[in-house]
Design a binder for this molecule. Structure first.
Ligand code: MYR
Length: 131
């Protein structure tokens, strides 16, 4: 159901979230218009994701419940897992630099892919449309 190519359409509170993450204003301005596109291919418990944005293109492979490393677009390194909770993908990632936790979810809402983010009390969301 998550399969397909998804292009970011709008974001809510993403600037505040990135600020809480400690990202400087110049990078935040660029990130607000990153034209993020993700292609998701799920086979059973295994996911292959192609990420592309104005910052980079990146391939990510993970299996539900299995810890993997990931580097955020600003260079922050995290490690964590995605798990399926009913129809919702729940991610829990720990920053390697300060051990603080970033949680994120992906779910389908009215044909759109909604990704939520939480870090240290600040919530944000990005809504993606299918291409
Ligand atoms: C993936 O499934 O796309 C890879 C793993 C995602 C890990 C968490 C993503 C959080 C991204 C937050 C970006 C904040 C900007 C620094």
């Amino acid at each position: 159901a998550f399969n397909g190519t998804w292009k970011v359409e709008h974001s809510e509170n993403y600037d505040k979230f990135m600020e809480q993450m400690g990202i400087n204003v110049m990078k935040r301005k660029l990130a607000e218009h990153d034209n993020l596109k993700i292609t998701i291919e799920q086979t059973g418990d295994t996911f292959h994701i192609k990420e592309s944005s104005t910052f980079r293109t990146k391939d990510i492979d993970f299996t539900l419940g299995v810890v993997f490393d990931y580097t955020l677009a600003d260079g922050t390194e995290v490690s964590g897992t995605w798990e399926m909770d009913g129809e919702v993908l729940r991610g829990k990632f720990t920053r390697k630099d300060n051990s603080k936790v970033l949680t994120t979810t992906r779910s389908l809402v009215g044909g759109e892919l909604v990704q939520t983010y939480n870090y240290e009390g600040v919530d944000a969301k990005r809504v993606f449309k299918k291409q």
